[in-house]
Ligand binder design. Structure first.
Ligand code: ATP
Length: 742
């Protein structure tokens, strides 16, 4: 890498845009560029510009008091600048880090209002980016790449610790130290974040446990709630289904029984009415009595007729007897016989009358009496009508008597016919009575049967009513339970029952339901927001746990990185120190033509803890500083404080040279480092430049011609009347003229 170009505008005396090109002499030689010019022309301002664009923060090193001092302040002839801007172009060679771009343009800008900015390749950047970039490039940012007036001497008079810092940078430890610094910062912030995360974890862990318990209960509750709903549906639906079904069945039975009862009762009533009607109809004995009386009347009539007939017969008999007497004897029926026959009839009639007056359902008893009477009567009547004659009387009888007898016979026949008629009628009446009685008995039987059936139906209805009452009681208890726990279900019970259908052993569900309800009551209500809070807290807990793990991992990683960096720094520092020390001794002896010089590592001082005890220094503690011992030839002095100005200058040049040998920087600005040297030593300084210019690009601000001789390019700087610096390329022979201008 080398410095290719420097542009300044508004920076100190460089009011207008000024460009300096620093091309290397060739592939193998970086070369020397000299900047020459009269005092106060602005040469050192060029070194300041390089220092500033590389991020220098110290106003002391920049030779100002405040930031504004860096902006061109104007002159009588020229207005002040509004801002200062410096751009530095670095070229990276292929052999160098692949991480670096081929060309790096660093820009720094400062406005009068104090606003300042950095750019890397025209992209806004932070100071830290610039620092890291330069460290990666091996360019000493502060102390080593730009060695200002008196700075070389300052290395000698600096403290061992300051010197160590300078050497560390020169030894190329800066990137490692920066990395270590960044790692330590990261470690600190990681530890801080770990502590915070740990504290938060400790804070939320008990809350999470409590929430976990609550959520578990909530889950239990949800499961029980689901059970409860399922059981309620089954129980209420199933029970209602059963109640409706059973009550429906009982209702059908009840209605049927009542209907039967009503029907049978109505039928019984109708039969009873019929029976009453039957009983009210004319009693059968009256008609028979009438008929019997008629027969008696006929018998009387017949008796009268017989009497008359008898009388007539008597007349006839008499006549016959008279005739018989003539021819034979006639034997009519004696009176005693007639009376006997009549008495027999009378007896039978009395018996019959007695039967008829006291009606008996047994008709069979009357029948032989009537038949006997009828036969006796017919016989008797026959005997009366045809008295026993051996032969018919000769019609010697009186025609009148004969006519009268004929008349009587006719009348008797009529009476017989009438008697037969009445007897037939009586038989018919008896037959009718028998039929009526049979119907009455049948009706009576049927009435009893209906009454029995009605009673059975009534019993069935009563049983059904009792059962219905039992179901109603159950239904009321069921509804009371429902209204206590789920009144909302009541309007839709029928739909629910339809959905549920028949449920086996529905009664066993209620105890289960009660158990579930009391379990739910026992668990109590849980805020539904708990679940949300639990999820959030759990997520937070998991996030924090992961973060803690990540941070622990990061801390372990950083610890390792720091330990490795410490080891690298220690090793490199050690190696660099040895090279530096031997180069310093060598160059010192060469510059002084003898003598002794050495660098000494200063161990850290033991510290004192809060209780006032000495804390011993650990064996692997880094070196605290670097001391310089320098004894020019022929002298015994060891302290550098006692060296002359020239000796100090040579010693510091020996140091710078040693640094260049240890870790060649891409470029070094040397601002009047040779000012205090005599002719001979200037030559030695020039030789060192000549030798080191192969590896390092030198920009040398000098008044010394010997030094100038080493340069391949010389820039002359002059200060114009307007107070602004101007730069021009000059040849060595023209330098005198240029200096003269100052
Ligand atoms: P010497 O050879 O004496 O060391 P030099 O060429 O190195 O001189 P510088 O130190 O670079 O000179 O320049 C110093 C000059 O720059 C001073 O005259 C100073 O007044 C001027 N200067 C510094 N800052 C500003 C500024 N902000 N505005 C204008 N001029 C400034």
């Amino acid at each position: 890498m080398y410095l290719k170009r420097l542009e300044m505008q508004g920076f100190k005396t460089f009011a207008v845009k000024t460009v300096l090109e620093f091309s290397p002499e060739g592939a193998k030689r970086r070369g020397v560029t000299s900047i020459v010019g009269p005092n106060g022309s602005g040469k050192s301002n060029v070194a300041d510009a390089i220092r500033w664009v590389m991020g220098e923060q110290s106003m002391k090193l920049l030779r100002g008091k405040k930031q504004e001092d860096l902006i061109f302040s104007g002159s009588q002839n020229k207005a002040r600048s509004g801002f200062a801007e410096v751009s530095m172009t670095l070229v990276t060679e292929q052999s160098e880090s692949e991480d670096l771009p081929a060309e790096i343009v660093l820009t720094r800008r400062l406005y009068r209002d104090g606003k300042s900015e950095f750019e890397i390749n025209r992209q806004q950047a932070k100071l830290a980016d610039v620092t890291m970039l330069l460290a990666q490039s091996g360019i000493g940012q502060r102390t080593y790449s730009v060695i200002g007036q008196g700075m070389a001497d300052a290395i000698l008079s600096a403290s061992p610790a300051e010197r160590k810092e300078f050497f560390d940078e020169a030894a190329g430890l800066r990137p490692f130290q920066l990395k270590r610094h960044q790692s330590v910062s990261k470690l600190d912030s990681s530890r801080e974040r770990l502590a915070q995360a740990d504290a938060l974890l400790r804070e939320i862990t008990p809350r999470l446990s409590s929430l976990e318990r609550q959520v578990k209960r909530l889950e239990q509750r949800d499961a029980l709630e689901a059970d409860r709903i399922r059981l309620e549906k089954s129980y209420y639906g199933g029970s209602w289904h059963e109640l409706s079904e059973r009550m429906g069945e009982v209702k059908i039975r009840l209605d049927a029984a009542q209907e039967r009862e009503t029907k049978f009762l109505a039928e019984a009533r109708a039969m009873q009415e019929e029976l009453a009607g039957m009983e009210q109809s004319v009693p059968p004995s009256v008609e028979l009595d009438q008929l019997r009386r008629k027969i008696e009347e006929i018998a009387e009539e017949r008796s009268v007729l017989r009497e008359r007939q008898a009388k007539l017969y008597a007349q006839v008999e008499i006549a016959k007897a008279k005739a018989q007497a003539q021819r034979e004897t006639r034997t009519p029926l004696s009176f005693s016989k007639i009376i006997e026959a009549v008495e027999v009839s009378q007896k039978q009639l009395d018996t019959l009358l007695d039967h008829v007056r006291h009606p008996s359902p047994d008709v069979a008893k009357i029948k032989p009496i009537v038949e006997s009477l009828h036969a006796h009567h017919a016989d008797f009547s026959n005997r009366l009508q045809r008295p026993v004659m051996e032969e018919a009387p000769t019609p010697t009888t009186d025609p009148e008597v004969e006519a009268a007898l004929k008349q009587i016979v006719l009348e008797m026949d009529t009476l017989t016919a009438r008697t037969k008629e009445i007897q037939a009628k009586m038989a018919e009446v008896n037959r009718q009575e028998d039929g009526k009685r049979a119907h009455l008995f049948e009706t009576q039987r049927q009435l009893n049967a209906r009454r029995d059936e009605a009673r059975q139906a009534e019993r069935a209805a009563s049983d059904a009513a009792v059962e219905m009452a039992r179901w109603e009681t159950r239904r009321d208890a069921f509804l009371a339970e429902l209204r206590t726990h789920r009144p909302d279900l009541e309007p839709t019970l029928d739909i629910l029952a339809q959905e549920t259908g028949k449920v086996d052993q529905v009664d066993t569900l209620l105890p289960q339901l009660s158990r579930t309800r009391s379990q739910l009551e026992w668990i109590g209500n849980i805020d539904p927001a708990t679940q949300k809070e639990y999820t959030e807290t759990k997520e937070r807990f998991e996030f924090l746990t992961t973060q803690v793990e990540d941070l622990r991992g990061a801390i372990r990683g950083l610890d390792t990185v720091i330990a490795e960096l410490d080891e690298t720094i220690r090793t490199k520092s050690e190696q660099a120190f040895h090279i530096l020390n031997s180069e310093f001794s060598k160059t010192f002896r060469s510059l002084f033509g003898g003598g002794e010089a050495a660098l000494l590592q200063v161990a850290p001082e033991p510290t004192v803890d809060e209780e006032g005890n000495l804390v011993p220094v650990p064996a692997d503690a880094p070196v605290a500083g670097i001391d310089i011992q320098a004894t020019p030839p022929g002298k015994r002095l060891k302290s550098i404080a006692l060296l002359s100005g020239g000796e100090r200058a040579l010693t510091s040049i020996a140091l710078i040279s040693a640094i260049m040998a240890t870790n060649p920087s891409p470029f070094i600005v040397l601002d009047e480092v040779d000012a205090a040297l005599d002719e001979v030593n200037t030559k030695k300084y020039a030789d060192i430049l000549e030798e080191r210019a192969n590896a390092t690009q030198f920009i040398v601000v000098t008044h010394n011609r010997t030094t100038m001789h080493q340069a391949s390019t010389i820039y002359g700087v002059t200060l114009g009347e307007d107070g602004s610096s101007k730069v021009l390329s000059v040849r060595l022979e023209d330098v005198g003229t240029l200096q003269g201008k100052g």
